[in-house]
Design a protein around this ligand. Structure first.
Ligand code: SF4
Ligand code: SF4
Length: 190
């Protein structure tokens, strides 16, 4: 295959494999991941193409693609992959590597998704759980889209779908420790 001769020089492939624990070279381009993925039609490059681009070492295109940010980590693709490749782990690894190397997709949608990630993770770190009302308010403020979904809030609040206040879960301290351990592991992997 065209990729085999490039393995030694391909630092992207080595970095992605190391960080994700997957072996992207195993992909034989069947496309099952694409037909399963619920968001592949919104991606710059669907998962099959991302795999091939990683094999070819197309770092800039891979790091700047919106695909990894659009990935929902739903694992529908890996469940059907005949090569048992952990595609969501590959997507996540690419996201982290791109951030570490300062590659930034500047589209408004990716910016909004990144803000959502930051707020959500901060919430889990603090409370050990999601706090939807705060998530919605903070996301609207940070994306300067103040009235997004505002009309849904009263009904959701009245029906108790969104609690006004949340208490941290009992294991919140243990979750904070997990975050610290994960951060240390990430530092070691760099
Ligand atoms: S399903 Fe697996 S083997 Fe097939 S294209 Fe996707 S990643 Fe490659
Ligand atoms: S894990 Fe990501 S790439 Fe795989 S099916 Fe779900 S959204 Fe698509």
């Amino acid at each position: 295959m065209i990729t085999l001769g490039l393995q030694e020089k391909n630092t992207l492939l080595a970095d992605v494999n190391k960080r994700s624990g997957a072996n992207v070279l195993e992909c034989y381009q069947c496309g099952k991941c694409v037909s399963t993925c619920p968001v592949s039609s919104f991606m710059d490059f669907p998962p099959r193409e991302i795999m091939q681009m990683v094999k070819l070492g197309q770092k800039e295109q891979v790091y700047l693609a919106n695909s990894t940010w659009f990935c929902l980590t739903c694992s529908a693709c890996s469940g059907r992959c005949p090569r048992e490749i952990e595609i969501p782990a590959v997507m996540e690894a690419i996201r982290h590597l791109a951030l570490e190397e300062n590659y930034t997709n500047k589209s408004a949608k990716v910016k909004a998704i990144r803000k959502f990630h930051d707020i959500f993770l901060d919430m889990i770190r603090r409370y050990g759980r999601s706090y939807e009302l705060r998530l919605m308010i903070e996301h609207n403020i940070r994306t300067r889209d103040l009235f997004k979904d505002v009309m849904l809030a009263p009904t959701a609040l009245l029906k108790g779908k969104i609690p006004l206040l949340v208490k941290p879960v009992k294991s919140a301290k243990a979750i904070r420790r997990m975050f610290k351990m994960a951060e240390k592991l990430e530092q070691k992997q760099k």
